[in-house]
Design a protein around this ligand. Structure first.
Ligand code: 13P
Length: 265
C-alpha cells in the first residue's frame, strides 16, 4: 500500500483546557473555517467527557469532522466511581485516545491495561488512537527504541491482522509535549526512524502488506509553524495536536498543511 492510500489524519486533543461553552464555540469555529474546504484529510476532535454529546450534536451533519473521547476505563461497566466506559462514550464518539502519557502518569496504568482498552474499543467498533513514547529520562539513557518497542509489541500481541487497519498508533515522545516545556523538539529524522520501527514491528507480526494499512501519527508540540517538518517524513500519516488544537485558526491551518497527501511511500 502506498502512503497516499492511507488517508492523512489530524486528531485534536483538547485535554482539560476549555470550559463547556468554549468547547462548543471552538467546534463551531472549526466547522466554519472548514466550510469551504474540500478536505482530503480525516479530522477528529477529542473534547472533555461532559462536552462529548454537545460536540457530537454540533458535527452530526458534518462529513468532515468526527468526535473522539480522551480515555475510557478498561471495563465495560461496573462500580468504578469517576470513570467512563466505552458503552458510555459510544453514542457520541467513534474514536478514543488511550495510553496518553498524561493518563499513564496520573493513574500509573500499565502497557497491559492500555492494551485491554484498545481491545475494548475495537470490540465496540471505535477506533483507538493509542499513544506510545519515551520519557526524557528514557531518552537520555538511549532507551527510546526499547521503550517504544515494548509498548507497541504489547498492543500488537493481542491484535488480529484485520483489526490492524482500524488501529492508529501515535508516537508521542513525552518530553516533547508542550506542557512539559521542551528545550528542543525531536529531529524529524528520528521521528521517521521511530515510525519505521513501529511499522516494522507490525510487519514482523502480520506481514508487510498488513503493516502498510496501519496509520501512525506524530504528537508533541505540533504547531502551524513546524507541522510540515514532521508530516512529510516517510511513514508519518498525520498528527495528534494538543495545545494548538484549541485554537481554531491554528488547528485548521495545520489541517490545511496536510491537504494534498504528500507523495512518500
Ligand atoms: P501538545 O501539542 O500541546 O504538545 O500536546 C501533545 C499531546 O499531548 C497530544 O495528545
Amino acid at each position: 500500500m502506498e502512503r497516499k492510500e492511507r488517508k492523512r489524519l489530524v486528531v485534536g486533543n483538547w485535554k482539560m483546557q476549555l470550559s463547556h461553552k468554549a468547547e462548543l464555540e471552538t467546534i463551531g469555529a472549526i466547522k466554519n473555517l472548514l466550510k469551504n474546504v474540500a478536505l482530503d484529510v480525516e479530522v477528529v476532535v477529542c473534547p472533555s467527557f461532559p462536552s462529548l454529546a454537545g460536540v457530537a450534536e454540533a458535527v452530526k451533519k458534518s462529513t468532515k469532522l468526527a468526535v473522539g473521547a480522551q480515555n475510557i476505563h478498561w471495563e465495560e461497566k461496573g462500580a468504578w466511581t469517576g470513570s467512563v466506559s466505552v458503552l458510555q462514550i459510544k453514542p457520541f464518539a467513534q474514536w478514543c485516545i488511550v495510553g496518553h502519557s498524561e493518563q499513564r502518569a496520573l493513574t500509573g496504568e500499565s502497557d497491559e491495561e492500555v492494551q485491554v482498552k484498545v481491545s475494548t474499543l475495537l470490540k465496540y467498533g471505535l477506533t483507538p488512537v493509542v499513544c506510545v513514547g519515551e520519557t526524557a529520562q528514557e531518552r537520555a539513557s538511549e532507551q527510546t527504541t526499547a521503550r517504544v518497542s515494548e509498548q507497541t509489541k504489547t498492543i500488537l500481541n493481542k491484535m488480529t491482522r484485520v483489526s490492524l487497519s482500524k488501529l492508529v498508533i501515535t508516537y508521542e515522545p513525552i518530553w516533547a509535549i508542550s506542557a512539559n516545556q521542551p528545550d528542543e523538539l525531536p529531529d524529524p529524522n528520528n521521528i521517521a526512524g521511530t515510525m519505521l520501527l513501529i511499522r516494522k514491528l507490525a510487519a514482523d507480526r502480520f506481514g508487510v502488506e498488513a503493516a502498510e494499512r496501519l496509520r501512525i501519527l506524530y504528537g508533541g508540540s505540533v504547531t502551524p509553524d513546524n507541522v510540515a517538518s514532521f508530516v512529510f517524513e516517510p511513514g508519518v500519516d498525520g498528527v495528534l495536536v494538543g495545545g494548538a488544537s484549541v485554537h481554531p485558526g491554528q488547528f485548521v491551518n495545520i489541517i490545511k498543511q496536510l491537504q494534498g497527501g504528500g507523495s512518500q511511500a
